[in-house]
Ligand binder design. Structure first.
Ligand SMILES: [Zn+2]
Length: 798
């Protein structure tokens, strides 16, 4: 019996039974465009057996029309279907001309016919009518609400505003079969009869796209606007300026495009680009047609190194400065003590506002190291003149001055949650990214909030940190916020930072399908227990996403790998499948071989103390699902000892929680893999009690540490441990000498083992461990003065 993968390969030999070939063709269609010819032939052979095109179409409708995302507020299925063909007329009032044209263009691009528009005679049927109404029931009192009623001879979308009409049109789009989206020119289409009433749970439903770290062509942006519209998202937040590149044409300061838009890549070639005003106006108009708002972000006072490379006179020390060609946070920021800096920024914002009509302008405000300001005479004088106590208040002064300018121009300011530090200006809206707390504080202070916590909304993170289910379970309303203040939570955005996303293929695989879960959360506010139902609905969207040219990624890691400690002192490996429809295969200590994957033992005890590596692969419908997973495991003498923390690890990097450093699981090259425990601005200090084993002879103590200076993760400088066999009398054993941090900068990111062999093994039951890092990022570093991280995966005792 062939395995599923072998069966797939057999397709190319065409030597299997018809049913097998059909299955393979279907799988191939998902995988490879080169297989399309085979697949189409087989599909047409099949349709000639099952009858007319029309019947297939109707059959599809009755089975599948419930798979809408986001799920509407109410949906009532009715008998029969509406036939859209050359007889159909489209009727709409003049104020709905844009929406009416949008819909008729959609229909025409997939049909052999066009729909006559606004032939007044009501006797003509069938009709599609778009209609504004003055009255809606209380649950639909929302500009984006709509009612869609489809009967056999009439289809009607009503709403209070044109925006609601557009949302209704997007729902209608999802009722067509995939062939409609393939723009097959057919003479008739069918949509099911039904009644839908619908309104969004949150008014701000967005995607941030960073076009600075990597530049994406205008066509990619337009495609994303279409996809946002299809899922009823309404905000595209364009992150237009960064240390690594300036992406918007500014006429008054041409060097922003001649110099700031270009950085040197690793091969010293120039990388970059920018959108002309014509490009951006086209983007804005395209979004407007779909009732999506484009919010521009112009970063200040930090993340401004590219601008300062062209205009160093607005920095604190006058340069010279280069456009950043590495990732991270940089200390070159706009000088707050120089009034001409504000003139420069206001000139830029004037041109930005001419292009973008959005109510909001995002000014960044995040990750702005104060190092230059602390050492700048002009900034220090400004603080003195304005009576500002510290550099945080100077940042607050900076933001408030920009906010006043925006308000004077009838615009509102959004900034990242750092703008809370040093006092928040009166009308500012806060985008909370460092967890939910910033948003909570701002809402309590009656400020509007957009939620984008790193815990749920960062699409640049891997599936090990944020998978589809995690996004689905996101609640933008922070715990502890009084119900009367919920109105301040406008909604949320997914943040797509692109340091490690060089092209559209990568972008698609990061954004999809997770963005679709966010669309469901923000529009439908689903019951968090209904993930499985959402998952099934989502599966029906993949064929359409393929037709839209989306290279979507997988939903989650195929399995969770955990350990536990048995009563008989075995380390037990636990493998839990994350999705029922996956087939999981495992192999051990075999990174390069290719044959010996076997079914996994999902509950496997180990007595062997040698370190080993598990490799796990998953298959869905016979196709490899996601990336292979590697997990290193070491069964050592400290496994599942009692650990008491004296300092707290960061919740975002808990490494598996209180047993995270003694669970036998070692970290990988990815510091977000769930095995690494992160300590921010504090030493690692903990007590270990080898209670289960009692007195234990130890001849080795070691731990892996992660280094990645761009992410402010540094190796420790001191590793000290004391041991005792009674908890009263202690011997301090080892101090690791200082690390030269600079030598690790060149290495980028990686793992360093710090260990000590004990020549004569020592019996101990208790251990006190204190591992000290550098408190703050050192002066020579770009992020000088920020707190630093220590990352550790396991404390290994042998
Ligand atoms: Zn300065």
């Amino acid at each position: 019996m062939a395995t599923k993968t072998q069966r797939h390969k057999n397709f190319y030999k065409l030597n299997s039974s018809l049913s097998t070939i059909f299955l393979s063709a279907f799988v191939s269609l998902w995988q490879k465009k080169s297989c399309l010819i085979y697949a189409v032939l087989l599909f047409s052979a099949l349709s000639s057996c099952t009858g007319a095109d029309k019947e297939t179409n109707v059959e599809y409708i009755h089975q599948d029309f419930l798979y809408l995302i986001p799920q509407p507020m109410s949906l009532e299925k009715r008998e029969n279907s509406f036939k859209l063909d050359v007889e159909t007329h489209l009727i709409f009032a003049p104020e709905l001309e844009s929406e009416g044209n949008y819909l008729s263009n959609l229909i025409e691009s997939s049909s052999t016919f066009s729909v006559p528009k606004n032939l007044k005679s009501k006797t003509i049927t069938p009709t599609i009518e778009l209609k504004l109404v003055n009255e809606f029931p209380p649950e639909l009192q929302n500009g984006e609400a709509y009612r869609l009623i489809i009967s056999e001879d009439e289809m009607q979308i009503t709403a209070l505003t044109p925006v609601g009409i557009m949302r209704g049109i997007q729902t209608l789009r999802q009722l067509f079969i995939p062939a409609f989206h393939a723009q097959e020119k057919r003479s008739a289409w069918y949509v099911p009869c039904l009644k839908i009433e619908d309104a969004p749970a949150f008014e701000h439903r967005g995607l941030l796209l960073d076009v600075c770290r990597h530049f994406f062509e205008k066509d990619v942006i337009l495609k994303y606007i279409d996809l946002l519209a299809y899922y009823k998202m309404n905000i595209l937040h364009l992150h237009l300026t960064e240390d690594q590149g300036w992406r918007i044409q500014i006429d008054k300061y041409p060097k922003l495009n001649k110099i700031s838009s270009w950085r040197k890549d690793t091969t010293e070639n120039l990388y970059g680009g920018f959108y002309t005003k014509t490009d951006l106006k086209e983007i804005v108009a395209y979004a407007k047609e779909r009732h999506i708002t484009v919010i521009p972000e112009i970063e200040l006072p930090g993340h401004s190194q590219a601008a300062l490379a062209a205009y160093p006179q607005f920095s604190c020390n006058g340069g010279p400065i280069e456009v950043a060609n590495d990732w991270g946070v940089f200390k070159e920021i706009y000088c707050a003590g120089n009034d001409s800096t504000f003139i420069f920024l206001e000139d830029i914002l004037k041109e930005v506002m001419e292009i973008f009509p959005s109510e909001y302008i995002h000014i960044g405000g995040d990750e702005s190291p104060k190092f230059r300001w602390e050492h700048c005479a002009k900034c220090q004088k400004k603080m003195k003149d304005e009576g500002l106590a510290n550099e945080h208040e100077l940042q607050s002064y900076f933001i408030q001055r920009i906010e006043k300018f925006l308000n004077d121009n009838r615009r509102k300011l959004i900034g990242w949650d750092e703008i809370l530090e040093g006092g928040l200006s009166e009308n500012a809206t806060v985008q909370s990214w460092r967890g939910m707390d910033g948003g909570l504080a701002a809402a309590k202070d009656s400020h509007y909030v957009i939620m984008s916590p790193t815990s749920h909304c960062y699409l640049d993170y891997g599936l090990d940190a944020i998978d589809l289910k995690k996004v689905f379970e996101f609640n933008p309303i922070p715990e502890g916020l009084d119900k009367s203040l919920h109105k301040y939570i406008l909604g949320a955005e997914c943040n797509m930072w692109t340091e490690h996303v060089p092209d559209k293929k990568n972008l698609d695989s990061k954004v999809f399908p997770r963005l679709i879960a966010m669309a469901e959360v923000l529009w439908a506010n689903p019951d968090k227990n209904n993930f499985n139902e959402f998952y099934l609905r989502l599966q029906k969207h993949y064929p359409v996403l393929e037709l839209f040219g989306v290279d979507y990624g997988s939903e989650m890691l195929p399995a969770k790998i955990n350990t536990s400690f048995s009563d008989s002192h075995e380390l037990v490996l636990l493998i839990n499948k994350n999705l029922d429809d996956l087939d999981i295969k495992c192999r051990w200590n075999c990174p390069d071989c290719d044959t010996n994957f076997t079914d996994c033992d999902y509950h496997q005890p180990f007595l062997d103390t040698l370190p080993f590596q598990l490799e796990l692969r998953a298959f869905k419908n016979g196709k490899l699902y996601g990336e292979p997973i590697f997990q290193k495991i070491e069964f050592h003498k400290g496994v599942y000892a009692n650990v008491t923390y004296k300092t707290n690890y960061n919740k975002s990097y808990d490494g598996g929680g209180i047993f995270g450093l003694v669970d036998g699981k070692l970290g990988s090259e990815n510091f977000r893999d769930g095995n690494w425990q992160g300590f921010f601005g504090v030493p690692i200090e903990l007590d270990i009690d080898l209670r289960a084993r009692g007195l234990t002879k130890i001849s080795y103590i070691g731990a892996n540490f992660y280094y990645y200076s761009n992410a402010w993760i540094f190796l420790p400088e001191k590793f000290q441990f004391s041991h005792s066999n009674d908890g009263v009398n202690w011997t301090t054993c080892y101090v690791i000498p200082k690390i030269n941090h600079r030598q690790y900068i060149k290495a980028g990111q990686g793992i360093q083992l710090i260990e000590s062999e004990i020549e004569t093994p020592i019996s101990m039951r208790y251990l006190k461990i204190k591992i000290e890092g550098i408190d703050k990022v050192p002066d020579w570093h770009e992020a000088a003065g920020q707190y630093s991280w220590l990352f550790i995966d396991e404390i290994i005792l042998q």
